[in-house]
Design a protein around this ligand. Structure first.
Ligand code: CUA
Length: 306
């Protein structure tokens, strides 16, 4: 027997439905095969069993059998549909958490604005409503121990309502092929007791997390393609650049600070460092403000001049 972890109210509900469906299917299989065996023996060639017509009309037997099984299995449709609707319930009180799927990370915003990446903290025993969408392609949010799986679709918001019933860390996967790093798009759902969750929420975001995210964005927008050491394109390496003073093509000098980096990213036509061809494309309208801030924070923290 496989030990199944049921870590949400949905897990218990889904498992119960699956168990009933298995039992009903098993019952039908046994009934059909049992009748085949019984009839094969009873009506074998030369047996003395009665072959007189049935005492009731044959169509009534047929109709009864068809109606009985149809209604029986429609009951499963009813219970399944009810569960499906409950998971997408937009009404009633719940902690609302925003989840954005992006190549290739889960971007989570808690009710108080705290942001996290590839982890989702939820309080134990509290109704949670995830408001989910995707920024690029279709991803799928899958937490096996919660029996929750929901596609996230660009341009559309989908809901996922559940209550965690067990503390611990539970794996989170993307189950829709979404590009070359699909397999790495995974994380964890962390269920904490409400008081621990409240304490976690109140804490400032650890800088390491911000840096890791800025680095992800740096890769995501393709900055690293040209600006990593050893890249083929002739672009300035960013190592040791932040805080340094660099020569411009027109003979002036500029200090590399947040304003400079912002200009480089949004208005590269206005920044001409000496010795480099003007090939940097503008990311105006491509990098949203929130991401820009984080990329600059990352560059500030990780590649500052010694
Ligand atoms: Cu995201 Cu696969």
């Amino acid at each position: 027997m496989i030990a199944l972890i049921e870590a949400s109210n949905r897990a218990a509900q889904v498992d119960r439905l699956a168990a009933w469906l298995l039992a009903a299917s098993g019952f039908v299989v046994l009934l059909v095969f049992g009748l085949i065996v019984i009839f094969a023996v009873r009506y074998r060639r030369g047996s003395k069993a009665s072959r007189a017509p049935l005492p009731i009309a044959e169509w009534k037997v047929e109709a009864g059998w068809i109606a009985g099984t149809t209604l029986g299995f429609l009951a499963f449709f009813f219970f399944g549909a009810r569960l499906f609707v409950a998971m997408e319930d937009a009404s009633g009180p719940a902690d609302e958490i925003r989840v954005v799927g992006r190549q290739w990370m889960w971007d989570v915003r808690q009710p108080n604005g705290r942001r996290e990446f590839d982890t989702l903290h939820v309080p134990l025993g509290t109704r949670v409503r995830l408001r989910m969408t995707s920024e690029d392609v279709i991803h799928s949010f899958f937490v096996p121990d919660f029996r929750l799986k929901q596609d996230v679709i660009p341009g559309k918001e989908v809901l996922l309502v559940f209550t965690a019933t067990r503390t611990g860390r539970f794996p989170l996967f993307c189950t829709e092929y979404c590009g070359s790093k699909h397999a790495q798009m995974k994380g964890e759902v962390i269920v904490q007791r409400p008081e621990d969750y409240a304490r976690w929420m109140a804490n400032a975001q650890p800088p390491a997390e911000v840096l890791a995210h800025g680095h992800n964005l740096f890769l995501h927008y393709g900055c690293s393609g040209c600006h990593d050491r050893g890249s083929i394109v002739h672009a300035p390496s960013l190592e040791g650049l932040y805080g340094a003073t660099v020569p411009m093509a027109d003979g002036t000098f500029r200090r590399v600070d947040a304003t400079y980096l912002r200009d480089c990213i949004l208005n590269p036509e206005t920044v001409r460092p000496a010795g480099y061809p003007p090939v940097m494309p503008s990311f105006r309208g491509v990098v949203p403000e929130s991401d820009l801030t984080e990329i600059i924070a990352y560059l500030e923290g990780s590649v500052a001049a010694p």
